[in-house]
Design a protein around this ligand. Structure first.
Ligand SMILES: *Cc1c(COP(=O)(O)O)cnc(C)c1O
Length: 484
């Protein structure tokens, strides 16, 4: 009879979650994505590699849209471009019926390039350049005004127009979420937005038709949306009294949480992330019960971002070195710097497992807030132990996770990071290494490259070398090999 391999006993921090006694002594792994082996993906397209599941994108969209449209008669989703504006991703959502939500002239152009007509673009953002506003007006885009300067610039821009241009106002509200995002829009609690509406009522070429509030991002309590929806309805009623209405749409923005895990979040996301139904219920119920009887219900816009795309994105990466780590972790060092009691006794000399991956935090900007799951791409029998996962950048801050539970891995092993579909691509930067390819697996398991790996030519495309520094310029040559 074969004896089971010996595994070293370890003590682990209790991880709440489904208890499965049959999994003791093995680690969770991610061997394939949508039926395609991770090893094949890496062999074919290189490592690191971003992978998107088209199936998950569509499922997430449909689930969310169903949650809202089941509860409210007139719902329209707008894909938040900045959350992930790879064209293939945007087009999946547009195919599903989403219009576009953009926050700059660049994103506006991208949306137009993806075949979205102006009238189906919601134009947000605290800085819209004059030329972009002009284009948006000409193409009938849904402009959501952020500030008074923008409102006046817009009024000047449309002065000669025969028909009033419809616009919306963005407001920020106290919903209990966190610090109010008062950078954006007008204060909807202290009367500021009412003043703006009065001003607007005197501007003949602008007509208020919508109110917008994007409470914030990764909002874990749906009650915040109940508060926001109630206040937007109240403001819509006020708008009409002031003579600035009628309000034809309410836009509740995005911010619904994905299954990412915040730093220092004790419970797993499966237990902390509300279902999309709970957000939909909070918003739809509130509008339906507070909207004045007898008036046409406003259209409801949602600018869904991370909740639709985060879980669909993976990063495949390869272990390039295995280390022991003897120094205190960054968190411990930071606490020690603040003189926290007991921290001086940080286990100096106490070594722990550490790995270096071939991807760095320049690709994983969101690791500043979230801890992606890191799973080996092969089944592993030994028990996971807390492991520091370093990135490949020559920078001390390049730590992907301080404390990932991982079995012992060796150089060349692949791991899969998940969920990483929201914001990482749009916020990633080329730094030290080339940014990797991005592929999408379609519902027939075909793998499509949706962004090629960068190369030297691409990275240097916009550079110029002044003539006096060119290779055949007269004067001193580089002295690389000067010998004493
Ligand atoms: C970023 C953004 C969104 C999307 O937010 P998520 O948190 O990704 O859902 C929606 N609306 C506006 C105005 C935004 O700036």
């Amino acid at each position: 009879m074969n004896r089971l391999p010996y595994t070293r006993p370890t003590i682990q921090r209790l991880q709440a979650g489904p208890v499965n006694p049959f999994r003791l002594g093995s680690s969770p792994s991610c061997v394939e994505i949508d039926g395609v082996p991770v090893a094949d993906l890496a062999r074919e397209h290189g490592s690191p590699l971003f992978v998107f599941s088209e199936k998950t994108l569509r499922e997430k969209y449909r689930e969310a849209h169903r949650a809202f449209s089941r509860r409210y008669p007139d719902v329209q989703f707008a894909w938040s471009y900045k959350t992930n504006y790879l064209n293939a991703i945007c087009r999946v959502f547009h195919q599903e019926g989403s219009i576009a939500e953009v926050v700059s002239g660049f994103e506006y152009e991208k949306a137009r390039g993806n075949g979205v007509e102006g009238a189906k673009i919601i134009f947000n953002g605290p800085h819209k350049e004059r030329a972009d506003l002009e284009r948006a007006v000409n193409e009938g885009a849904m402009i959501q005004v952020d500030n008074i300067d923008e409102l006046l610039a817009l009024a000047a821009l449309v002065r000669e127009r025969p028909e009033p241009v419809p616009i919306a106002l963005r407001v920020h509200l106290q919903t209990g979420a966190h610090a109010v995002w008062s950078k954006f829009g007008f204060n909807g609690d202290d009367g500021e937005v009412l003043q703006v509406m009065r001003r607007l009522a005197t501007l003949p070429n602008l007509r208020l038709q919508g109110l917008h509030c994007h409470v914030g991002t990764f909002i874990l309590d749906p009650e915040n949306y109940r508060v926001a929806a109630r206040q937007l309805v109240a403001l819509a009623i006020e708008a009409e009294k002031i003579g600035a209405g009628p309000i034809r749409y309410l836009n509740l923005g995005g911010g619904f949480a994905s299954h990412a895990r915040l730093h220092y979040q004790y419970l797993p996301p499966e237990q902390t992330t509300p279902s999309i139904d709970r957000y939909a219920e909070a918003i739809c119920e509130t509008i339906l019960s507070h909207w004045p009887a007898g008036r046409d219900l406003p259209r409801l816009y949602l600018e869904t971002g991370r909740a639709l795309v985060d879980d669909a994105g993976y990063l495949i990466s390869t272990v390039v070195a295995v280390k022991k780590r003897s120094a205190p972790t960054q968190v411990q060092t930071a606490l020690a710097a603040y003189g926290k009691a007991g921290v001086a006794a940080v286990p100096h000399g106490h070594s722990r497992h550490a790995l270096v991956l071939d991807a760095g935090i320049n690709l994983l900007y969101t690791t500043a807030w979230y801890q992606p799951k890191i799973l080996p791409a092969r089944p592993c029998l030994d028990t996971p132990e807390p492991t520091t996962v370093f990135g490949c950048l020559c920078m001390n801050i390049d730590v992907i996770r301080e404390d990932a539970p991982l079995p012992s891995l060796t150089t060349g092993d692949q791991v899969v990071l998940h969920p990483v579909g929201a914001y990482n691509i749009t916020q990633s930067m080329q730094f030290i290494t080339y940014r990797p390819a991005v592929v999408m697996i379609d519902s027939e398991r075909n793998v499509h490259v949706i962004r090629r790996r960068e190369n030297l030519e691409y990275v240097q495309e916009l550079e110029a070398v002044p003539g006096h520094l060119s290779a055949n310029a007269p004067g001193p040559k580089p002295q690389f090999f000067a010998v004493a």
